[in-house]
Design a protein around this ligand. Structure first.
Ligand code: SF4
Length: 454
């Protein structure tokens, strides 16, 4: 089964409230599966428990020392209460953070990022597991990705096995460029757009608290739910090459230690990009975050300030944080809420008013796609396609019914590209096939982008 299909199955299970089997393990309650990280955060002391609400070995268990291994009704009730409490606390804390009501001094110093120190034996042990290729699942979701080739072995008198000073110096180097040019897209009206990317490490990033000269783990995707189990940015080219992951760490480190410097450099690069594009009458478009998210209100404010300084540049991003997706934003910044977030975030989204992207279940379109046996028959641009015009129309009907949208609001990606941008608000819903571009995420007249991954 492909990774994308696994993701789709999981999303469908969540949609139906069903359990799902992954890697041979049945996930009884998707929330338990997704919320695992919260326990790690609790262990790191980020969420404070009132008395009687502690986790492993906490007060509730001490009150019942003979109850080891018992699944009493009381125990089940306590577990439910703890789970409900954790969810409520996480939602409240996150909402307060996004409203700027929580003032945590050390985190405020680092652009409001939630960080945890990463040092001493814990760091040395983790580097050892990377070198031995023995990382655990909790390493994958709870620790930042570090490419093995960026870790040098030493054996110094203090007993350190790995050169953390050298690693720190690498991370603290400032990136030469922030904006990575991605692609150029030709539009049907003869104009073209030049796309640039700004990327951070996905989920957990490695950075340095430059005042304290110590490593920190930064939570770069606070809204991530099930998406983290299949995150495209935690594999492939993002982790294969040592320069790519180090580049992302440097970007994050620059951003949280010197936000003003980061903003200044990005503005200088954008000024240059705009001048270059103007010579060819091109439009500059910036996709913020091919990985990562707006992890704090301070970071979001920095992004919006840059957007306001460049009214002729379009900015867009995907987010899994409800308040970011639905909050006020500059006119030239399009935010797309994307599926795979924590349920606490998903529940807050009004899909009628919020620009979003969704993954369409395979059984809704599989029978309508052009194929010969199991092989897809692709179009002249190498993209998956409907077998006929009738099949395309049938899919639009199914989509309208499933998502309760008007059938005439649904366009294929090519139909959208041939349609002038409407000034009537978000009036279109777009079918996006693998191989199509990302234009629907940036168009002001598109409400939903529906992804048909096979
Ligand atoms: S929010 Fe995006 S980048 Fe972060 S873990 Fe999920 S899919 Fe990956």
């Amino acid at each position: 089964m492909s990774e994308m299909r696994k993701l789709i199955n999981l999303l469908e299970s969540i949609d139906k409230g069903e359990s799902y089997k992954i890697n041979g393990i049945t996930v009884i309650d998707i929330d338990d599966f997704v919320d695992k990280n919260v326990d790690e955060d609790i262990d790191e002391g980020k969420y404070k428990y009132p008395q009687g609400m502690k986790g492993k070995g906490g007060a509730d268990q001490q009150q019942n020392p003979a109850g080891k291994g018992q699944k009493s009704q009381k125990g089940a009730k306590n577990r439910k209460q703890r789970k409900a409490f954790r969810k409520k606390q996480r939602a409240e804390q996150h909402a307060a953070r996004m409203r700027g009501e929580i003032d945590e001094a050390p985190e405020d110093e680092m652009l409001g990022a939630v960080t945890a120190p990463f040092k001493g034996q814990e760091l040395q042990d983790y580097l050892q597991r990377i070198k031995d290729k023995e990382k655990s699942k909790s390493d994958k979701f709870g620790k930042p990705y570090i490419h093995g080739s960026n870790i040098e072995i030493i054996d110094d008198a203090s007993g350190r096995k790995f050169d953390t000073d050298k690693l720190m110096a690498l991370v603290m180097e400032r990136p030469k460029v922030i904006l990575k040019q991605n692609q150029k897209m030709q539009h049907s009206d003869g104009t073209s757009s030049v796309f640039y990317n700004v990327g951070l490490p996905a989920l957990k990033g490695l950075a340095v608290n430059e005042k304290k000269k110590e490593f920190v783990i930064v939570n770069t995707c606070p809204g991530a739910g099930v998406c983290k189990t299949f995150c495209y940015a935690m594999k492939g080219g993002y982790v294969q090459w040592k320069a790519v992951s180090m580049g992302q760490s440097r970007m994050l480190n620059f951003l949280i230690n010197d936000p003003a410097g980061f903003s200044g450099q990005m503005k200088a690069e954008l000024t240059k990009a705009e001048k270059k594009a103007a010579k060819k009458n091109d439009k500059v478009i910036v996709r913020w975050h091919d990985a990562g998210d707006f992890f704090s209100p301070q970071y979001l404010a920095l992004g919006y300030d840059i957007a306001r300084s460049f009214p002729n540049v379009d900015f867009y991003a995907y987010t899994k944080i409800a308040s970011v997706a639905q909050g006020e934003k500059p006119d030239n910044f399009r935010m797309n809420y994307s599926e795979g977030a924590l349920r606490s975030q998903e529940k807050q989204i009004d899909f009628i008013k919020t620009k979003h992207s969704k993954v369409v279940p395979l059984d809704m379109f599989s029978d309508l796609i052009a194929r010969e046996g199991n092989k897809l028959i692709k179009d002249d641009k190498g993209r998956q396609q409907f077998a006929s015009e009738e099949n395309k129309q049938e899919f639009k009907q199914r989509m309208a019914k499933k998502y309760v949208i008007q059938v005439d609001s649904i366009l294929t990606y090519d139909e959208m590209m041939a349609t002038p941008v409407s000034d009537a608000g978000m009036v279109y819903n777009i079918i996006v096939m693998p191989g199509d571009g990302d234009d629907s995420a940036n168009r002001p007249d598109v409400l939903g982008s529906y992804l048909l991954f096979h």
